[in-house]
Ligand binder design. Structure first.
Ligand code: 18C
Length: 247
């Protein structure tokens, strides 16, 4: 059958063999498994998530948290998007080819290592926020199918001797992000753009890595996370509109 470039590069349904022999594999597997499980846990219960943004089906929660006087508030967002699949969502989040089109905080992005079709290492620099120093991040990114109709991308900070932290103009920040998506459609029907719904759980914890004024940081957080999730999900809906559905 004829595949478009996009279809060939969709996240594979099974883990790529090249990833399982890489030195980072045990860490990537453990953290991805933990993050995906936590992403689907509710926001009720004793941990005390507080709702800070709500728009349509999107809900964003945070927990106030400080580590060594630095704000590291964990974020958890839930959303529902119609007309796209979990696999498509994760494809656009993982694949660097699309990143500048939806990621507005980015200044530069470099692929440091191509581990496999489902794992990459990135170096990214972010736009500077006055009066803080510019930030950069070095992280692995892994996309996988977890259960039926469920795909997830996990990003987690790592190190590389060729990309040392805190040397030039940038302070290294630390990030753990998980975008977990699950698709559903009416029982007995075939999935189509008209009947499919994808539930999204996006979790993020960013440690700013060095001094940053708490007030500025929480204001950036409040503005940028809703902007990101709306923009990214709209972007994927637009990209998929006239393409065959990829389950
Ligand atoms: O998950 C997202 N993107 C992925 C692909 O890029 C990847 C990225 C993770 C890095 C997230 C950290 C971003 C820090 C950005 C700082 C500069 C913002 C400039 C904005 C001005 C226009 O997983 C989507 C990520 C959506 C990011 C939302 C912003 C989160 C802010 C968190 C606090 C940042 C602390 C450092 C800055 C200190 C300055 C006061």
């Amino acid at each position: 059958s004829v595949h478009t470039r996009d279809q060939v590069e969709l996240p594979p349904p099974a883990i790529d063999n090249r990833l399982t022999v890489h030195p980072l594999w045990p860490e990537i597997d453990r953290i991805s498994t933990e993050q995906i499980q936590a992403a689907f846990e509710g926001v009720g219960g004793e941990i005390g998530w507080q709702l800070f943004a709500e728009e349509g089906d999107m809900r964003m929660y945070r927990r106030e948290m400080e580590v060594d006087g630095m704000v590291t508030d964990p974020l958890k967002a839930m959303h529902k998007v119609r007309g796209v699949t979990a696999r498509e969502m994760c494809h656009y989040f993982f694949n660097p080819r699309y990143r500048y089109e939806w990621e507005t905080t980015l200044e530069t992005m470099t692929i440091v290592e191509e581990i496999s079709s489902d794992a990459l290492v990135f170096h990214q620099t972010f736009k500077r926020i006055w009066p803080a120093s510019q930030r950069d991040a070095l992280f692995w990114s892994h996309v996988r199918q977890s259960t039926d109709n469920t795909y997830a991308v996990t990003n987690h900070s790592t190190t590389n001797v060729e990309y040392p932290a805190n040397t030039s103009a940038c302070i290294r920040l630390f990030v753990t992000v998980c975008l977990a998506c699950r698709s559903s459609w009416p029982a007995g029907a075939a999935p189509t753009r008209d009947n499919i719904t994808t539930s999204i759980a996006y979790c993020s914890t960013v440690n700013p890595g060095g001094w940053a004024p708490a007030g500025v940081l929480r204001a950036v957080y409040k503005r940028e996370y809703p902007k990101f999730l709306k923009r990214f999900t709209n972007y994927v809906v637009e990209q998929c509109r006239d393409k065959p559905i990829a389950i």
